[in-house]
Design a protein around this ligand. Structure first.
Ligand code: PEP
Ligand code: MN
Length: 360
């Protein structure tokens, strides 16, 4: 139905000659450029792995807090240029407005990406896209913070409409409220749906921002490739413990090399999903179990706080009715998710018994 509304131009743009995703690509480097020494040391280590297509470093950092390190800014462009000259590697950075684009182009940056926070703002995406009109440079568009396929698709189309030939996408997971084993949980269905709508674009994955912790980066990388990612963007720092941004998720160069050598990057089958192995599924299940325990502990804590606040008498009157209503809703959800209502009933009975026991 949606297709009926598409203009002919849009249809032809979706088929335009963006670089076909044959071999997978790897973009690696620090979250942020911190000093010329840190940049060069990381680049030399990565160059020797022979696996990097583009060396990344963030210069203008879109940080959540104004008190965090905001990036070295335009100063870092000289350092990236120096890395390019010394190592011969192609270099990439994030741009968040027209000014960044103009400065990056002056310093021969080879690839630009648009960050998740920027993609969430169509005015800024349009401004950046227009500033790139007629420029022959690959652009990668990260998914917006929220799982909104239309917003992601719209941002990509804004670049295509400016005649940019090589536009691709990066799946970096989506923000959520509450606990998760991931920093930004992935939603593999969304890049898959994007691939259906734009079959010719390359969609890579950023396991670092999905994972949020380095121990999880290998698992997410493998899963991404199984899901058909056309490459990876991985954060690497010579000493992650002192990194000025995203310290928990950056890999050391040697951990990066170990990971890359075990991944089947050259066998990536762009877009076609492979079956996950038993090992991979079971480590994902371990993580979900961990999360389950955290979630139950969280619930117990909340019920403890409520018990402390409740006035005597109120709980006896209101609670059974309220519990009934909540249970009804949960049983409905369980049925929708293909779970047996009887199982959910027993599970919540146990949880409630335990919370009663803990609070008495
Ligand atoms: C980054 O790549 O360092 C970054 C800030 O990413 P994102 O836009 O995905 O949060
Ligand atoms: Mn980062």
């Amino acid at each position: 139905m949606r297709n009926n509304f598409k203009s002919e131009t849009l249809k032809s743009m979706e088929k335009q000659d963006v670089k076909k995703s044959g071999k997978s690509i790897v973009i690696a480097g620090p979250c942020s450029a911190e000093s010329p020494e840190q940049l060069l040391e990381t680049a030399n280590a990565l160059k020797s792995s022979g696996s990097v297509n583009y060396y990344r470093a963030g210069l203008w950092k879109p940080r959540t807090s104004p008190d965090s390190f905001q990036g070295v800014g335009a100063e870092g462009l000289k350092w990236l240029k120096m890395v390019k000259q010394e190592t011969g590697m192609k270099v990439a950075t994030e741009v968040g407005c027209e000014k960044h684009v103009l400065e990056a182009l002056k310093y021969d940056i080879d690839l630009l990406w648009i960050g998740a926070r920027t993609v969430s703002n169509p005015f800024v995406v349009q401004e950046i896209a227009e500033s790139l009109r007629g420029v022959d440079i690959p652009i990668l568009v990260k998914n917006p913070l929220n799982p909104d396929l239309e917003l992601w698709y719209g941002a990509i189309i804004r670049f295509m409409k400016q005649g940019i030939k090589d536009v691709g996408a990066i799946h970096r997971g989506f923000s959520i409220w509450g606990e998760s084993v991931y920093r930004n949980p992935p939603l593999w269905k969304i890049p898959a749906a994007l691939k259906e709508r734009l079959p010719d674009i390359r969609i890579i994955c950023d396991p670092s921002h999905i994972a949020g912790k380095r121990s999880l980066v290998p698992l997410v990388s493998r899963r991404a490739l199984e899901e058909g990612a056309g490459g990876l963007m991985i954060e690497v720092h010579p000493d992650p413990s002192i990194a000025m941004s995203d310290a928990a998720q950056q890999l050391t160069p040697s951990a990066y090399c170990d990971l890359i050598s075990e991944l089947d990057l050259h066998n990536c089958n762009n877009g076609k999903r492979e079956e996950s192995s038993i090992d991979e599924l079971s480590s994902e299940m371990d993580m979900v179990d961990e999360l389950l325990v955290h979630t139950i502990a969280n619930r117990m804590e909340l019920s403890k706080q409520i018990a402390r606040m409740e006035t005597p008498g109120r709980s006896d009157d209101g609670q059974p009715q309220k519990l009934k209503k909540v249970l009804k809703k949960l049983l409905g959800l369980a049925t929708e998710d293909g779970l047996r209502p009887d199982f959910i009933h027993r599970l919540f009975d146990e949880i409630q018994k335990e919370s009663y026991h803990m609070n008495s």
